[in-house]
Design a protein around this ligand. Structure first.
Ligand code: NAP
Length: 470
């Protein structure tokens, strides 16, 4: 079968894996891919905008690469378009030869313990969305009048949450943290933040730069009971035998922290290991968290796992952030594996419940492999997916849309009254955010509501038209 020219490709989502998939397609001019990227929000970049901690600006500078990808003549961005509502699976089949889902993992995992839903117990994902100004979370409230908070889990998201709770106003002001979060955190009474890991120091999921960063906070110190850094025989053997350098570096840093004298700083970060929450308690708000002490055992398939010992303790805390991982959300009419929270696939090719390939449909990023890895992990991931697209396309395996034209898609959106946002529009918003930040000495003042973003665009365009007429 001859290759369609252009090969119409829809990418759903606009985070790192979406952009890397676009980039790999662009590297193959022989397939003449015309890429339309759809995004639910008017702003692109997924977790780079809504997830990466505001005090990690270097990580966010990766968006310059995405700008370059978006500048390719065959690329279009359609922001403010929700798949399943504004554009359906059926619509995509009508207009595209290839569909790539890159929607990430948009919700949190549940722990399944009593009290998990008490007021004051939050998913870390909500707090992260809130301080990053994600429109879905900007109106949430966190009771920062409490003096103690517990963060459950010890991955890098947990570390982000801890740092944002521990940083001073002066530190936060220099970041692009959302203004509402900056103001709320300036009134925070939190003095003690616990990080609760269910396994030991060697199994902690945080990486060493994040651990090291805790010691560099302006007005917070790290506390760690020397006994909790003592390794059990299984962990000791693991460290000796493996070449896990992150575990080794973490362990050395943690030993140093355990020897720290208490510093004269206002906030304390208490790192705990081998404890699992069994209950969150409180009358009508979180008042305490009940923990069970764990010991490690060797599981042939999963390495060292925690097992409850039957020894309990309760620590008084008024806020809990559950940071135990993200979970994918199904898309209408697309296969989904509820247990794993991913779209079932083989190397990026979507498969149905009979394990048959779903022709023309692919997946990349967290919704493909689960919520793991750093931004760069999405490059090989997207590369693998695009390889399958290329192989299939050459074999003539793709969808056969009756109206494979960009025009037809834009007509459809216009007919439905969908106000889509282009990449040029986003770049206006980007510039306005930076300009607005300058007025208050901030690097950027984020728009945090969709209607504010659309109104700002209208206003800008009106002004621009007026100036042109003059
Ligand atoms: P993560 O790294 O998978 O960490 C999840 C944590 O939750 C682990 O400590 C895990 O413990 C714990 N956990 C899971 N279920 C639990 C339960 N039932 N009870 C108690 N603890 C439980 O996930 P994440 O922190 O959400 O991060 C997601 C990905 O984004 C990671 O790959 C991370 O490195 C990346 N990320 C990177 C950065 C950065 O580069 N700066 C920043 C943020 C996120 P076990 O280990 O025992 O399972």
């Amino acid at each position: 079968m001859p290759l369609p020219n252009p090969l119409r490709v829809a990418i759903i989502g606009s985070g790192p894996s979406a952009f890397y998939a676009a980039e790999y397609l662009q590297k193959h001019p022989e397939i003449a891919a015309e890429i339309d990227m759809f995004e639910r929000l008017p702003t692109p970049f997924g977790l780079v905008r809504g997830g990466v901690a505001p005090d990690h600006p270097k990580i966010k500078s990766v968006t310059r690469v995405y700008d370059r990808i978006a500048a390719h003549p065959s690329f279009r961005f359609y922001g403010n378009v929700t798949m399943g509502e504004d554009i359906t699976h059926d619509d995509l089949i009508q207009h595209y030869h290839i569909i790539i889902y890159a929607v990430g993992a948009q919700t949190d995992r549940q722990m399944g313990i009593r009290g998990e839903d008490l007021p004051g117990s939050h998913a870390a994902t909500e707090f992260v969305g809130w301080y990053n100004g994600h429109p879905d979370y900007r109106d949430l409230e966190f009771d920062l009048s409490q003096e103690s908070a517990a963060v459950i889990g010890n991955g890098n998201v947990a570390m982000d949450v801890v740092r944002i709770l521990a940083r001073t106003q002066a530190e936060l002001r220099t970041t692009d943290i959302a203004q509402h979060a900056l103001e709320a955190l300036s009134q925070s009474h939190i003095k003690t933040i616990y990080i609760l890991g269910r396994r030991g120091p060697v199994q902690a999921k945080f990486t060493s730069p994040e651990l090291k960063e805790l010691a560099e906070l302006e007005d917070a110190y790290v506390r760690l009971d020397p006994e909790e850094v003592e390794l059990d025989p299984l962990s000791r053997r693991y460290l000796l035998k493996s070449d896990d350098r992150t575990a080794e570096r973490n362990y050395q840093l943690l030993k140093q922290y355990a020897q720290n004298d208490v510093e004269k700083k206002s906030k304390g970060i208490v790192i705990r290991f081998l404890v699992s929450p069994v209950e969150i308690t409180g009358e009508d708000h979180v008042e305490a968290i009940k923990l069970v002490k764990n010991a490690l055992y060797e599981d042939d398939n999963r390495g060292l796992r925690p097992r409850a010992t039957g020894e309990y303790e309760t620590i008084p805390v008024g806020l809990v952030f559950r940071s135990i991982g993200y979970h994918g959300v199904p898309l209408p009419d697309v296969p989904f594996d509820d247990w794993q929270g991913v779209i079932p696939n083989e190397q990026g090719r979507i498969i149905d419940k009979y394990r048959q390939q779903v022709v023309g449909e692919y997946v990349t990023g967290w919704i493909k492999r689960g919520p793991s890895g750093i931004i760069g992990t999405n490059k090989p991931d997207a590369h693998e997916t695009v390889q399958q697209v290329l192989e299939d396309t050459v074999r003539g395996v793709f969808l056969n849309p009756p109206t494979p034209s960009r025009h037809a898609v834009e007509d459809l959106l216009n007919t439905r009254g969908i106000r889509y946002v282009t990449y040029a529009d986003w770049q206006i918003l980007d510039r306005l955010e930076i300009e607005n930040g300058k007025t208050t000495g901030r690097p950027r003042l984020k728009f945090t509501r969709v209607d504010e973003m659309l109104a700002a665009l209208d206003q800008y365009k009106k002004e621009f038209a007026r100036v042109l007429k003059m």
